[in-house]
Design a protein around this ligand. Structure first.
Ligand code: NIG
Ligand code: FE
Length: 413
């Protein structure tokens, strides 16, 4: 496929660039008035229209996109899209002023989702997650991470991970599976934490590893959920099976989660709505990516993360949705990029880098995804005509995406 008359080809980071650290994130390479050649499922070549070689301009399958931009697909590195039911009854409680912790204590929250999921079949979960994922793809997402964590029993955690495996097999995008049984203590283990940790470590992990059902391990390290010591225990057990951590850290309080995550070589620490100087110091000499989830802050009314502090410390920042029924009922990366600019005060270029190449890095797939480079996978979207790149996050709540291309083919859902 040959795309011509592109107003701007966005995100031309070289293929070998695997992550962008904070000091460089304002740099988003763009080629104006460009053409792009896709062969099979890969980006084959690109250049300027005024020097397009005749052998290329005469190729068939031309898509002329005057006034439009071509972006690398969004890479959404933190989601919980396998769930049984929405939780809009909690939405009303939240509007009345109840906090996330109070809603959880009143029988809502993660345990509510787990109860519903335990009574839902694998097929039903696959159908509903597929519908969500299709919508996300049509909104520009071309790679995604999905967590378990609404099962909380051996059987239901495995059921969730099997659903993710089926999604991997049936969608044309890369999907990473993260094992998050340490999401909340089930009622029967509330006074016996070690018994649940033993269940995770001795029952769930070996089966998951044997069936190759997870790529990463996650823990909700937070007051009232999993302590730093409990987190450490789980991460060490996961490491025995080669599962690297991606951690829910500092969502509601500064807890030592970042320190334990870095110590266990976490690929990413996610949330970080609460930060102090130690948080940044802990991350400074690590490779760990800071994944911010501003649509969670927007929905819950909790603080927005200190993105400027992380960027100033030269840390690599990624943006993701956190799509889940409790804290972020939206999988729209365009809105996340808008919030990255409006609420986290990131420049449009920084937010776009965070949602593409750094999102790919937070799933360890940036060698093939997240930027437009020769030899990378052709997962892209074409916008409607726009006056500039900044128009995309500026026009929040609207989609500027007109065409989605996955593996070199137009995707219609
Ligand atoms: O990332 N914080 C933990 N997990 C989810 C919310 C889960 C839920 O409320 O169902 C999150 O925000
Ligand atoms: Fe989450």
């Amino acid at each position: 496929m040959l795309i011509t008359n592109i107003k701007g080809l966005v995100g031309l980071h070289p293929k070998e660039k695997s992550v962008i650290r904070g000091n460089e994130m304002h740099h988003l390479p763009v080629l104006e008035n460009a053409w792009l050649l896709i062969e099979d499922d890969l980006i084959k070549d690109f250049g300027e229209m005024n020097s397009i070689p005749p052998q290329i301009s005469s190729l068939p399958s031309q898509l002329s996109v005057k006034g439009k931009y071509v972006f690398p697909s969004w890479c959404d590195s933190h989601t919980h899209i396998v769930f049984a039911a929405s939780r809009e009854e909690e939405f009303a409680m939240k509007i009345q002023g109840k906090t996330y912790e109070e809603i959880a204590a009143a029988g809502g929250g993660i345990l509510n989702s787990a109860n519903k999921l335990q009574h839902t079949t694998e097929d039903e979960l696959f159908e509903s997650a597929s519908a969500r994922l299709k919508k996300m793809i049509l909104q520009g997402t071309g790679a995604v991470e999905i967590k378990s964590g609404y099962g909380l029993t051996v059987e239901s955690e495995l059921k969730m991970l099997k659903v993710i495996s089926r999604l991997k097999a049936s969608f044309p995008i890369p999907i990473k599976a993260t094992f998050l049984a340490a999401h909340a203590y089930p009622k029967e283990f509330q006074n016996n934490h070690q018994a649940y940790l033993d269940l995770i470590i001795n029952e769930m992990l070996p089966q998951i590893a044997a069936e190759n059902l997870a790529d990463y391990i996650d823990v909700f390290c937070e007051k009232g959920f999993f302590s730093v010591e409990e987190t450490d225990q789980i991460l060490k057990a996961g490491a025995k099976y080669g599962l690297k951590p991606k951690i829910h850290a500092n969502q509601l309080s500064v807890s030592g989660a970042v320190e334990v995550a870095v110590k266990n070589n976490a690929v990413s620490v996610d949330h970080l709505e609460e930060t102090n100087a130690d948080t940044i110091e802990n991350l400074r000499n690590s490779e760990t990516i800071v994944t911010l989830l501003p649509s969670c802050s927007f929905y819950l009314g909790i603080p927005f993360a200190n993105a400027k502090g992380f960027l100033a410390a030269d840390l690599p920042v990624a943006l993701a949705t956190d799509f889940n029924p409790g804290s972020t009922p939206s999988g729209n990366m365009n809105f996340v990029v808008s919030l990255g600019c409006i609420k986290l005060k990131m420049q449009p270029e920084q937010a776009i880098n965070a949602a593409t190449l750094n999102g790919a890095a937070a799933m360890e797939i940036s060698n093939n995804y997240g930027s437009i480079a020769i030899g990378k996978r052709a997962n892209l979207f074409i916008t409607q005509p726009m006056p500039s790149i900044a128009y995309l996050p500026y026009s929040f709540g609207e989609t500027q995406i007109e065409t989605v291309i996955l593996n070199g083919e137009i995707y219609n859902g």
